[in-house]
Design a protein around this ligand. Structure first.
Ligand SMILES: O=C[C@H](O)COP(=O)(O)O
Length: 260
């Protein structure tokens, strides 16, 4: 069994200007210490407009916080007004890029083909995708949540090699639990995260499956993180609302100190 270092990633969504971004990262850096970073990888995913400020702070103060973007274009350059490419994100020192978040799928009609093209674009520029999958409420009520999440995984990984897949981060985010306060139970999270890992072994091999970090996302808070992290196939969390409060996010990053 590979040992997977947990990853706690904060998806700020469309919140915080570049000055607020600097303040939040400074507070977070102050709240966490080397021992925390030895135990957990901590990432922030600010809006595009904040990335340069975050890069300058992280580089200047040699912080162990890493950062990434919330989306990227499937194209590398050209006449794509409003889009941001993997080339640009790599130049800004991004480690991660979120792909296929349910809010992109819902509000920008992103389908599995586009998600797959974006995953390929990320790998072209050595960015690590945080690939989001997860079902809506109706699918959950019909009991098709596992099949739905596995189909999204299959679609996103077309043409992705085993070598590439080893480094991907998969985030299981049941849409009904996002921003609703309706957190999935630790057992719900484990059920789908476990199934995703089995599918990775089927698509590739056990080496890939045991290397990939699988996160849970959906109303994660300091009060529920410990139970979620206790699950064998959950390797971290993709945190939305609670990630724009530095104190709360730091507590989530210190999940091993939180009551279960
Ligand atoms: O990317 C993060 C997820 O959408 C979860 O958001 P939330 O923690 O606000 O529910």
């Amino acid at each position: 069994m590979a040992s997977r270092k947990p990853l706690i990633a904060g998806n700020w969504k469309m919140n915080l200007n570049h000055l607020e971004a600097i303040a939040l990262v400074q507070k977070l850096a102050f709240a966490l210490n080397d021992k925390d970073f030895d135990k957990v990888d901590v990432a922030v995913l600010p809006p595009f407009t904040d990335l340069r400020s975050v890069q300058t702070l992280v580089d200047g103060d040699k912080l162990r916080i890493v950062y990434g973007a919330q989306d990227l274009s499937p194209h590398d350059a050209g006449a794509y007004t409003g889009d941001v490419s993997g080339v640009m994100l790599a130049k800004l020192g991004c480690t991660y890029v979120t792909i296929g978040h349910s809010e992109r799928r819902q509000y920008h009609d992103e389908d599995d083909d586009l998600v797959n093209a974006k995953v390929q674009a990320a790998y072209r520029h050595s960015l690590t995708p945080i690939l989001c999958v997860g079902e809506g409420l109706a699918v959950r009520q019909e009991g098709r949540h596992i099949a739905h999440s596995l189909a999204q995984l299959d679609g996103a990984l077309r043409k992705i090699t085993a070598e590439q897949a080893k480094s991907i981060v998969v985030a299981y985010e049941p849409v009904w639990a996002i921003g609703t306060g309706e957190v999935a139970t630790p057992e719900d999270a484990q059920e789908v995260c476990g199934a995703l890992r089995v599918r990775l072994a089927e698509l590739y091999d056990t080496e890939v499956a045991s290397a990939v970090r699988i996160l849970y996302g959906g109303s994660v808070k300091s009060g529920n993180i410990a139970g979620i992290m206790a699950q064998p196939d959950v390797d971290g969390a993709l945190v939305g609302g609670a990630s724009i409060d530095a104190g709360e996010f730091a507590k989530i990053c210190r999940f091993s100190d939180m009551p279960g």
